[in-house]
Design a protein around this ligand. Structure first.
Ligand SMILES: C[S@@+](CC[C@H](N)C(=O)[O-])C[C@H]1O[C@@H](n2cnc3c(N)ncnc32)[C@H](O)[C@@H]1O
Length: 503
């Protein structure tokens, strides 16, 4: 209850202009300061939406709550983490839950949107993007972090050392810091733009959102290892992997899209990547038994997804809700197939799965289904200090968001092969038990091609400004076969289910 009382108190003071939100939070000396800050910021962001819901349901009259406290509670119940604490308030609010949920749903229908964020005034949505810091990854294939820092200092920037926290860091225009979690990452003010900077043009720095640096950093293949980047274009994660591998070993990179691969080739050249082998190939058709992949121990899988985490790409046009659901189901099915396929490489030790989606259907649900079908793999608990975790129970995984990590929305899971392998018989038995529980709701009823996002947060940085030739048209994992598929889909419906089950 203390969290909600304190948050309401701060909101009220902020509305009365008694101080800046951040100052009020820190002055409160509340024990869980990060949790309080996130709750207050988010509630304030959704303030107008919450007010409308509270007024339309006459909640204040019926509960005798005051508006700031009602906003905080309704935020957490409908939009946030769910009311985890709250004592008697929680009990009281739960009685009104369905009416409040209905009011939220009505607002979405009225405004023809599907996500809570889309209800926010455009200025708020825009400002979330404008407030994201500029992240710069030092390309250690071409320079060192210290040399880059020295160069930037000589260029008039003001180095502030290593950040101790980033969630609420304020940087003046020329200030920059080293990131807390990623050793090669520098963090600048949202106002900075490095597209014309010498270090960028020379390939010494890569403009890549912090969340999108996580997959290669967490996979961390040692120099000399054999690695696959399954859905690789435009290749920022590939170049990050090559840097971690110090250009030693083999990096097999696949992508279906020839145009994106050609952009990738240019970017890799500029970044000084030498250990790669690019292939314009469907990853699902790459044979895990092929001798050239016999030593592959690491895979990075960053498949096409809905892109719902990318602030700049959020699509506010109205769609049919069932169409959106079908699209997610279809994407999740594709992602699960890629994941299952990747785990078939015989010497695989570790795999990172990532998306720039905020939907659990593409994230936790895919990983859960995959683990239940591949008992030889387990999740690794990632960066204990990272402020945003995968949704329960997959808290080993990481999530990222504009509010909690000041990045685009992102999800990362790291799967590792068990030392002791599970016998085929055990696996078959467990698969049978688990299948009906988890996988059944991911298998598409219909195999229509979804609208997909093939961009990652860094695409918006590198491609739209730097590489005009880049193909930014979202393309489905199986676009080229869309026409044929539609004709075949009825007959295939049954077959798809069987394939998925046995893969
Ligand atoms: C999210 S983007 C990858 C971004 C990339 N990992 C990066 O960091 O720059 C997904 C990519 O998967 C590719 N793709 C989709 N289906 C594929 C398949 N079946 N096999 C290989 N690549 C595929 C798309 O063309 C797209 O370039």
């Amino acid at each position: 209850m203390a969290l909600y009382t304190k948050a309401a108190e701060i909101l009220e003071k902020s509305e009365k202009k008694q101080g800046a939100l951040k100052t009020l939070v820190y002055d409160s000396k509340f024990a869980k300061i990060k949790q309080l800050f996130a709750l207050v910021c988010e509630t304030q962001k959704f303030s107008s939406v919450l007010e409308e819901i509270i007024e339309s349901t006459k909640l204040l009259k019926q509960t005798k709550l005051k508006m700031p406290l009602a906003k905080v509670l309704v935020y957490d119940m409908l939009i946030g983490q769910g009311l985890k604490c709250g004592g008697t308030w929680k009990v009281m609010l739960m009685k009104h839950r369905s009416r409040l949920q209905a009011a939220l749903a009505r607002m979405k229908v009225k405004q023809k949107v599907h996500r809570n964020e889309d209800l926010l005034p455009v200025s708020v949505q825009q400002s979330a993007r404008d407030r994201l810091p500029r992240y710069v990854r030092v390309n250690t294939l071409k320079t060192s972090v210290n040399d880059a820092v020295d160069y930037l200092k000589r260029d008039g920037f003001c180095y502030q050392g290593q950040a101790s926290r980033l969630e609420d860091l304020t940087l003046r225009e020329k200030d920059f810091v080293k990131d807390l979690y990623l050793p090669e990452l520098l963090v600048f003010s949202p106002k900075m733009d490095f597209h014309d900077h010498f270090l960028y043009k020379a390939g010494h720095i890569i403009l890549q959102d912090k969340a999108s640096c996580l997959p290669a950093h967490l996979l961390s293949p040692p120099p000399g290892s054999h690695v696959i980047d399954a859905c690789a274009a435009p290749g920022n994660k590939t170049s990050h992997l090559a840097a971690i591998m110090e250009n030693k070993g083999k990096l097999f990179a696949f992508d279906l899209d020839a145009k994106r691969l050609s952009t990738m080739s240019t970017l890799l050249l500029r970044a000084g990547v030498l250990c790669h082998q690019l292939a314009n190939q469907d990853f699902l058709k790459v044979d895990p038994g092929n001798a050239q992949y016999k030593d592959v121990e690491y895979i990075l899988l960053d498949p096409s997804c809905s892109g719902s985490g990318m602030v700049c790409l959020r699509d506010n046009t109205s769609h049919d809700q069932s169409e959106d659901q079908a699209r997610l189901v279809s994407l999740a099915s594709f992602q699960l197939r890629c994941l299952n396929h990747a785990l078939r490489f015989p010497r695989l030790k570790r795999l990172v799965y990532s998306t720039c989606s905020i939907h659990s259907q593409e994230n936790e649900d895919v990983v859960t289904a995959c683990l239940q079908q591949n008992l030889n793999f387990r999740l690794v608990h990632l960066l204990p200090q990272w402020p945003e975790r995968g949704l329960e129970p997959l808290t080993q995984c990481l999530r990222a968001s504009t509010t909690k990590t000041r990045t685009h929305g992102f999800f990362v899971a790291l799967l590792e092969k068990h030392k002791k392998s599970v016998t085929m018989k055990q696996e078959q038995k467990l698969n049978e038990d688990c299948f009906s529980l988890v996988f059944s709701h991911i298998v598409p009823e219909d195999n229509d091609v979804p609208r997909v996002c093939n961009e990652t947060p860094e695409d918006s940085e590198t491609e739209d400004k730097q590489e005009p030739e880049a193909d930014l048209v979202a393309r489905g994992p199986t676009d080229s076969t869309a026409g044929k598929k539609k004709k075949r889909k009825r007959g295939k419906k049954k077959k798809n289910k069987t394939e998925a089950k046995t893969e």
